[in-house]
Write a protein that binds this ligand. Structure first.
Ligand code: SF4
Length: 699
């Protein structure tokens, strides 16, 4: 007998973090609607969110633990995982093991995984697929603000007079934010939108100006903007004098560049560039939204700081309708950042390099040890798996054999690892096939916890479906292994509410306003208050209702509480050669998510694009004798794939675009990340997935 009910939860896809109401009928049927009261979406949902009910069936689910390919009970599987990790640590040291986790995990899952690795194993070898998503924004925020803090909120997109979209196809990748801008523009046609993207994506449909810059031309574009702002006296000298340092050095770095070389590098006509620069200069209420086109680059961190420099220079930070705005790809990339899910961070936005931070976390956890140096970031982690330095690997809620750069090398590395654990929802992902132990995790709709969206808003995910088979929450799986490794007391949680309260208490522990991430108001919440938790924006200190905007009047998290201008420089980004004359760019389509383990279940979502494809401009199609719908082979220095040609004027001549979603299960030989080398940003370690030299030929 099923009791009909209505449950408020949060979408499991992108970083907009839309509120959802799931209605469960007495026959078990589920209907999904947008939560009209959630401040992220006020009832709106995109195609993916609306189709969630079509993806919650149990086909393809991992429902029971498996050891060596055979069904096992939990005791056997957990005992084996704990024993093999403990034995590997005893024989080879803590850095011989690693966790690779995911922005799909809930904050509570993330928190215990990070705590186990950094405080109880004593290594920082825990990294996340969020490394592929927004690590450059984290590094850029920390360089400029002294903390990983997004200054504004979604309402700013509606209050702005100019929204600049940089490397962001918001229309497909963050559709509800795009819809909010569309509606705001209908109400106020004077709201201008500028799109900066080599591709003429669907987001161009609302753009008043589209700058089709050269791949990785963003740093040059914003260096040019800083020069323009200085020469047109649109600098906010008062804001800079009060709240920032380093302006002269950043401006000098921009002014040292040859003007014509800069324009060539940006790759758009001078008149169009001037039009954009003038628009930015005269429009006080400007928000610059940026996403993977900025982050997934070998100069990603510099791109972020080049954007932030322009906002600091004009004092347009954290005020209504103004600010630099990083939008994250995943539902809980932000929550992972908060608990230290990145290999170079500690919990509560503290850093491993800082001895005081290490000491603080060490004492709070009453841990036997604490990681003393940053761990391996994603690309280096899988290389260490491949060369044998890492001998036991636990992959949680992600599919790196499809989504990592140099994906075939990653597959071979995992296949060669002596002990691989995969905890996931789906039974037969390309990664799960390589596991020695498979642990069934709860899926969206079954699990409970919290997530944080791109505007720092923490919301609840709530369960409304019964746990199937013997699937368990990720936090439970990690804590059961931790207990078996000898840490029973430190991992004695009975529910996610216990973990969230500890996470909140740590954020406030010895935090005298010196760390931006503070949710101390929730340090003592009980399970009932957790169940009723309403969405709120951090920081949310004791006696504070949460914080919509930050830094309008300084208060940065550097030692002197001032922001830092970062003098960024141009680096060589031209990579094409006579053998590989095209630039390959990868990204998302509107209706699929990551490696399609969930959206691939919906026929409706699969209708938008039924098979993998490559977008190619008409001129290039002619040059390479390709016609629409031809089967083509795309090669890079690493590997080759076969996909269908889609000839379109939206693509910039000289570059091609292939979506990231398909794997060899949905279409043989279409795993695009096989083509992407593991080149990374030197500061953030984020892979450069959007500027890969490639060749195309008809198959
Ligand atoms: Fe989900 Fe993002 Fe769509 Fe909102 S915009 S419904 S969070 S996928």
């Amino acid at each position: 007998m099923i009791v009909p009910r209505s449950v408020k939860t949060t979408c499991p896809y992108c970083g907009v973090g839309c509120g959802i109401v799931a209605d469960v009928a007495s026959d078990g049927g589920v209907s999904i609607n947008g939560d009209t009261e959630h401040p992220a979406n006020y009832g709106r949902l995109c195609s993916k969110g609306s189709a969630l009910a079509e993806t919650i069936g149990l086909d393809g689910r991992l429902l029971y633990p498996e050891v060596g390919g055979a069904r096992a009970d939990w005791e056997t599987a957990l005992d084996l995982v704990a024993a093999r990790f403990s034995e590997t640590i005893r024989r080879y040291g803590p850095d011989a093991v690693a966790f690779y986790v995911s922005g799909q995990l809930l904050t509570e899952d993330y928190y215990v995984a990070n705590k186990l690795m950094k405080g109880f194993i004593g290594s920082a070898n825990i990294d996340t697929n969020s490394r592929l998503c927004m690590a450059s924004s984290v590094a850029g925020h920390r360089r400029a603000f002294g903390s990983d803090t997004v200054p504004g909120c979604y309402e700013d997109l509606e209050l702005a007079d100019l929204v600049v979209l940089v490397g962001s196809n918001l229309a497909w990748c963050h559709p509800v934010l795009y819809q909010r801008i569309v509606v705001a523009k209908e109400k106020r046609p004077e709201l201008k939108v500028a799109l900066i993207d080599p591709r003429r994506t669907t987001s161009a449909d609302i753009a008043d100006i589209h700058l089709s810059i050269r791949p990785d031309g963003d740093v040059a574009l914003f260096l040019g903007l800083l020069r323009h702002l200085a020469s047109n006296s649109t600098i906010d000298a008062d804001y800079i004098a009060r709240y920032a340092t380093g302006f002269e050095q950043a401006l000098a770095a921009a002014q040292a560049l040859d003007r014509d070389a800069l324009i060539r590098r940006i790759g758009v006509p001078h008149s169009q560039l001037e039009e954009f620069y003038d628009l930015f200069a005269v429009t006080e209420r400007t928000v610059t939204v940026y996403s993977q086109g900025v982050n997934q680059s070998s100069s990603g961190t510099d791109k972020v700081n080049a954007i932030i420099n322009c906002h600091l220079a004009t004092g347009r930070v954290g005020k209504p309708g103004m600010g630099p705005f990083s939008v994250t790809g995943q539902p809980n990339a932000m929550g992972g950042r908060e608990v230290g899910g990145l290999a170079n961070m500690l919990a509560a936005h503290m850093t491993i390099e800082d001895a005081n931070d290490r000491d603080c976390v060490h004492r709070f956890w009453r841990a036997p040890t604490i990681a003393t140096k940053p761990g391996l970031k994603a690309v280096d982690m899988f290389r260490a798996v491949g060369d044998g330095r890492i001998k036991a690997l636990w992959i949680m809620a992600t599919n790196p054999v499809v989504s990592m750069p140099e994906a075939e090398n990653v597959r071979q590395a995992i296949a060669s690892c002596p002990f691989v654990v995969v905890s996931d929802v789906t039974a037969d992902t390309d990664t799960a096939k390589l596991a020695h132990v498979l642990l069934p995790a709860l899926a969206w709709g079954e699990k409970s916890g919290t997530v944080t969206n791109s505007e720092r808003r923490i919301s609840r995910q709530r369960s409304f479906l019964r746990a199937p088979g013997s699937a368990r929450p990720d936090w439970w799986i990690v804590t059961e292994v931790a207990k078996r490794m000898g840490h029973a007391e430190a991992f004695a949680y009975s529910a996610p509410a216990d973990i969230f309260a500890e996470h909140a208490a740590l954020s406030a522990f010895e935090n005298i306003g010196t760390r931006s991430f503070d949710i101390g108001a929730y340090a003592n919440l009980d399970s009932r208050a957790y169940e009723e938790l309403e969405p709120f924006q951090w920081p949310c200190r004791v006696n504070s209702p949460g914080t919509a905007r930050m830094f309008a009047e300084g208060g940065f998290y550097t030692q002197d509480r001032r922001a830092r201008f970062v003098p960024v420089r141009l680096t060589a980004e031209e990579r094409t050669t006579s053998d590989f004359p095209l630039t390959l760019n990868t990204g998302r389509v509107r209706d699929h998510w990551h490696t399609m383990t969930r959206t691939g279940k919906s026929q409706r979502l699969s209708q938008h694009y039924a098979e993998p494809f490559v977008e190619i401009h008409l001129e290039d199609a002619k040059r390479f004798r390709i016609t629409d719908a031809d089967l083509v082979r795309i090669s890079t220095g690493l590997d080759a794939i076969l996909v269908r040609a889609l000839v379109t004027p939206r693509q910039q001549p000289g570059s091609i675009f292939v979506p990231m979603h398909w794997n060899d299960q949905f279409a043989s030989c279409a795993r695009v990340d096989r083509l992407v080398p593991g080149m990374t940003d030197p500061i953030s370690g984020q892979p450069a997935s959007k500027n890969v030299p490639a060749r195309i030929e008809r198959f």
